[in-house]
Ligand binder design. Structure first.
Ligand SMILES: Cc1cc2nc3c(=O)[nH]c(=O)nc-3n(C[C@H](O)[C@H](O)[C@H](O)COP(=O)(O)O)c2cc1C
Length: 348
């Protein structure tokens, strides 16, 4: 029907639907529900150098149309990940996108070296939403220079031909400034977006619901923010591939991200309640494209950026008037009716 293949920085994937980091571990559990090799790729939980037990519990809380988590990057460490998780994905024949996380530029460089040239690694996603232990816990992703340092270190230690995607945080004033810094530092693409920092207070205990006090907000509640971020990043850097995510629950949700400029999407929080969702979303997206007469997924990428169709005002007196075309000749006589320009002007 529709050609669903997608290219991310020169690497081809059979389709644009991926898991989201941290929401499907390394794919083994999801594989009990559907054949994970049918996905575009499996994005693994961010791995760090050393094993980590994560934050104290409780570390999840429900929110309207979403959830809050403060897992704290629990994981087995890179050595065990390579031996068990990546080896399993390789044996299973799935496309692996390995997400890495660290507390210093050196941590990220070491992880990249460990993964360098591994045949099972289709792509690396750099989770820069981590506190920088060398800078008072300042989150890398919230600072252009810090983001750039991490991306440069990973790119330098990653094989040519393995795309490096930097995963951006929405908790910044201007996401395009961070996006540009990452691309200038060598990122081949961008993952947009990570969770938003949030908080829930339990009104019974009258204390924060999470032991970590704050947590990352995800799910449908963040989708409009995520779509806005993808749209802005694509507008600023139209040739940079984007893996879009944030509250995708249906094929039409995924289509929104594609139209905003994403060449692929990750499905995260939705799989907790509906483990089969990624495949269903892939089917629904394919159908939605076909219904719109779009033969190739790639033709839909960024389509929401095309100029608005000129609306011709209804003519109350069609006889003896100027030709309608003349009404649109002067670009300066009225404010643009583009909802996009207005949106940009209103962005703080
Ligand atoms: C429980 C949980 C754990 C997550 N862990 C990671 C992680 O390890 N690394 C990362 O880059 N993003 C992590 N994320 C963020 C997701 O990958 C995704 O960017 C975000 O949740 C938005 O997508 P969604 O609304 O579809 O979940 C996590 C999200 C959740 C809900």
């Amino acid at each position: 029907m529709t050609d669903m293949t997608t290219r991310l920085a020169g690497v081809e994937f059979a389709n644009p639907v991926f898991t989201a980091s941290g929401c499907a571990a390394a794919g083994k559990e999801l594989d009990q529900f559907f054949d994970i090799t049918l996905l575009g790729g499996v994005v693994t939980k961010s791995i760090m150098n050393a094993p980590r037990s994560g934050r104290a519990t409780p570390r999840m809380a429900e929110t309207p149309s979403g959830m809050l988590n403060s897992i704290g990057l629990q994981g087995p460490g890179i050595a065990s990940f390579l031996e068990h998780d990546l080896a399993w994905l390789q044996a299973r024949g799935a496309r692996a996108v390995v997400s890495i996380a660290g507390g210093s530029v050196e941590d990220y460089a070491t992880l990249a070296k460990e993964l360098r040239g591994h045949p099972a690694v289709s792509m690396i996603e750099v989770n820069i939403s981590c506190p920088n232990v060398e800078d008072r816990g300042q989150v890398f992703a919230c600072d252009a220079r810090a983001s750039s340092g991490v991306v440069q270190a990973v790119r330098q230690n990653t094989a040519v031909g393995t795309p490096v995607f930097a995963k951006l945080s929405p908790d910044v004033t201007d996401i395009t400034a961070i996006a540009r810094a990452c691309v200038d530092a060598g990122a081949d693409g961008l993952s947009v977006i990570n969770t938003l920092l949030g908080m829930v207070i339990d009104t019974t205990t009258m204390r924060p619901a999470l032991a970590g006090i704050t947590g990352g907000l995800s799910g449908p509640a963040i989708r409009p923010v995520a779509v806005r971020c993808v749209y802005q990043v694509h507008a600023a850097l139209p040739h940079v591939p984007i893996l879009g995510m944030g509250g995708i629950r249906t094929g039409l949700d995924a289509l929104e991200f594609v139209l905003a400029g994403a060449s692929a999407v990750s499905v995260g929080t939705t799989v907790f309640g509906d483990p089969g969702a990624p495949l269903r979303i892939l089917d629904e997206l394919e159908q939605a494209l076909a219904e719109r007469g779009i033969e190739r997924l790639s033709d839909a990428v960024g389509l929401a950026h095309r100029p608005p169709v000129e609306r011709v005002p209804e003519d109350p007196d069609p006889v003896g008037d100027e030709p309608v075309a003349a009404m649109s000749d002067s670009p300066d006589d009225s404010p643009s009716d583009s909802p996009f320009e207005d949106a940009f002007e209103e962005t703080p």
